[in-house]
Write a protein that binds this ligand. Structure first.
Ligand code: SF4
Length: 356
């Protein structure tokens, strides 16, 4: 017998159609969304639906549930990483980061990644598969449930910066963002969602035209194509100039300031002239640079820049009028290269940096 469809994968419009096909008024779809986003595990718990309809839903659909394998807390207490088991036994991780203004969830969009960035652990095993929109939504629902159990605030911000390139899983990522925004459900403002891309230029233009004013964060990591090609294979497909054009277009369409992520790697992209070149490249429209001191990945050759180089790089950018932030390091024990934890789990050697 074919497996039932996961109802979390349905957009509101699809759900309305499905509900009408089952002889119910379309508004039932919003009632279902409300329950699903609250985290109910069974249609029987949807108490404002007629009982016979709940039974029909149970016969037609399943509610995709993630199984939590492990939760790891940073020593600082600011971050918690959850490992979830997907229905096909793949493992995916997400990180809750506790800021003063609320809780942020760092979410993955793919199992693995095919972009090949040389400093990133997520790409070491290549792309395994895309996450469905419902699976991404499930992460938020399940994390909210865990936070509430713990007496904590629900997730207020989302960053799509876990494993995977969101724009390489374009359709599902767009669908997920629309779902999590539904007023009947989680009702997350688009402005509280940040999407991170390594610079898939045609998709950046497409995203700008979607009319979803999410914050765009571009993983630039180099001020020119030559340096970028040393660390990011995607640089052979799209030049930094084209990435900046697409970023500017995104700002013009959405009014959202662009963030450029720049991981500082010792002797590779951390010299003063690189900072000068970067300032020149991105001038002329609202943006800011987020400096990330490299979190070294076991098995990869890149080293973290010394503190004096980090300080100097920031100083040069500031002197050129660039707005700069430095990514807050919540302790080496939890932040950093996406995918690290999943790999250590697979290899059976849990990282010594984590405490239970
Ligand atoms: S940095 Fe992002 S885009 Fe690059 S390989 Fe890692 S997950 Fe993929």
């Amino acid at each position: 017998m074919a497996e039932k469809a996961d109802i979390l994968d349905f957009s509101l419009e699809e759900l309305e159609r499905a509900v009408e096909d089952l002889g119910q008024p379309a508004y039932r779809a919003k009632q279902i969304v409300k329950w699903l986003h609250k985290g109910v595990g069974h249609f029987d718990e949807m108490t404002d639906l007629p009982q016979a309809f709940r039974h029909t839903l149970h016969e037609q659909f399943r509610i995709g549930k993630l199984q939590i394998l492990e939760s790891l807390h940073s020593k600082s207490g600011y971050a918690t990483k959850h490992l979830f088991l997907l229905s096909d036994h793949n493992i995916i991780e997400c990180v809750v980061i506790r800021y003063k203004y609320g809780n942020t969830l760092c979410l993955s969009t793919q199992v693995g990644c095919r972009m090949g960035c040389q400093f990133c652990a997520s790409t070491i095993g290549g792309l395994v598969r895309n996450l469905s929109a419902g699976e991404m939504l499930s992460h938020v629902i399940e994390t909210n449930r865990l936070l509430e159990e713990n007496g904590e605030r629900r997730i207020g911000h989302l960053v799509l910066m876990g494993s995977g390139e969101p724009l390489d899983n374009y359709k599902n990522t767009i669908e997920f963002m629309k779902m999590v925004h539904l007023p009947a459900g989680i009702n997350m403002s688009y402005r509280n969602i940040t999407l991170s891309t390594c610079g898939l230029v045609p998709r950046m233009f497409e995203l700008a035209d979607e009319g979803l004013p999410v914050t765009l964060s571009v993983s630039l990591h180099a001020p020119n194509d030559n340096v970028r090609k040393l660390i990011m294979p995607v640089a052979s497909a799209y030049s930094v100039v084209d990435i900046i054009k697409a970023s500017r277009y995104y700002y013009e369409k959405t009014g959202r300031r662009i963030t450029f992520e720049y991981t500082l790697i010792k002797d590779l992209n951390d010299r003063e002239e690189h900072a000068e070149e970067l300032a020149e490249l991105i001038k002329g429209f609202p943006n800011h640079v987020n400096i990330i001191p490299l979190n070294e990945v076991e098995g990869l050759d890149f080293r973290r820049s010394p503190e004096r180089s980090i300080q100097r790089f920031i100083q040069v950018l500031k002197s050129r009028g660039v707005e700069v932030t430095r990514r807050r390091e919540l302790g080496f024990d939890i932040e950093g290269a996406c995918g690290q934890l999943r790999r250590s789990f697979y290899s059976g050697s849990e990282s010594q940096h984590y405490e239970r």
